[in-house]
Unconditional design. Structure first.
Length: 298
């Protein structure tokens, strides 16, 4: 049976609503909307097994920040995006304890490079605090890992992260990775935060071992940016928008296997959003303003 592909809980909820009667109520799921720094934020909470079955995702909280207007480059667009991501993330992180930030993905494959690029903008402090505790007493210990991919390292990301967690003993792991969206308009225009962990490589169709509390033994927050759209999903949506609903979804999927669509300027968009995420993590973990982050990371 053909199913439109998405890694966003917001879109999974939309797909369920499209397939159900208008009067139907989605059981086990709660949704709410708000705005932060001018950017819309949608929160979807999957509460129980009914919600898990309906949306195909583990129970937990999923927050989707709509950064569409980010690309209009209005005054303070970058600073507001950083505060929006950082503010939502800060509400999810524990108040204290060391943090391990993991940049998942392949730097050499542009749509999959958001994790490593975001890690480049994270302020690494664990070694500084260990060396000079008095000078860096006001900072939270943060370590960063860029896992690479199995094809170039010979090591599964989950294995690599699990080994480092045993050594660093963080209170929290923040994992960053690329995702797949159902809508072209959400590609490189949304950021999803969730407290359910992540499956590396899911955005580019290369599912690996999961990173979550069960596999690592510590809480895992996932930050994802949709950078691709599955071609069969895109074709199905375009057909429906044109008024064509009677199509062979399975044939469409078979003829477009392993084909993804991404924007032509994906390299610039991924770099910009990677910096927003990295600075957003700094905003959530450290008591720093954005100009101070610029100085420390320069």
């Amino acid at each position: 049976m053909f199913q439109k592909r998405t890694d966003l809980a917001l879109e999974a909820r939309e797909l369920w609503q499209e397939s159900a009667e208008k009067t139907s109520r989605l059981p086990g799921v709660k949704a709410a909307k708000q705005r932060q720094e001018g950017y819309p934020v949608t929160r979807v909470d999957i509460l129980d097994e009914r919600g898990e079955e309906a949306l195909g995702k583990p129970r937990g909280s999923y927050l989707t920040i709509d950064l569409t207007t980010f690309w209009q480059r209005k005054p303070d667009f970058f600073e507001r995006a950083v505060r929006a991501v950082g503010g939502q993330l800060k509400a999810l992180v524990p108040a204290e304890g060391p943090v391990l930030v993991v940049g998942l993905g392949n730097r050499a494959m542009t749509p999959d490079a958001v994790g490593p690029l975001a890690a480049d903008s994270v302020l690494v402090t664990r070694h500084l605090i260990a060396a000079q505790p008095r000078h860096f007493a006001g900072f939270r210990p943060v370590a960063v890992q860029r896992t690479g991919v199995l094809g170039t390292t010979g090591v599964e990301s989950a294995e690599s992260v699990r080994g480092l967690v045993e050594q660093v003993e963080p209170a929290l792991v923040i994992a960053i990775d690329a995702l797949a969206s159902r809508r072209v308009g959400r590609v490189c225009a949304t950021v999803q935060l969730s407290d359910t962990g992540i499956i590396p490589g899911s955005g580019v169709g290369n599912h690996r071992g999961a990173l979550n509390r069960e596999t690592l033994g510590v809480p895992v927050l996932a930050i994802g940016v949709p950078t691709v759209v599955d071609s069969a999903t895109l074709a199905a949506d375009l057909l429906e928008e044109s008024g064509i609903t009677d199509y062979d979804g399975e044939a469409l999927q078979k003829s477009r296997q392993n084909l993804m669509v991404t924007p032509r300027d994906i390299d610039q968009q991924v770099r910009d959003l990677g910096k927003v995420i990295g600075y957003g993590i700094n905003w959530a973990l450290q008591d720093l303003e954005i100009d101070e982050m610029n100085a420390l990371l320069s």
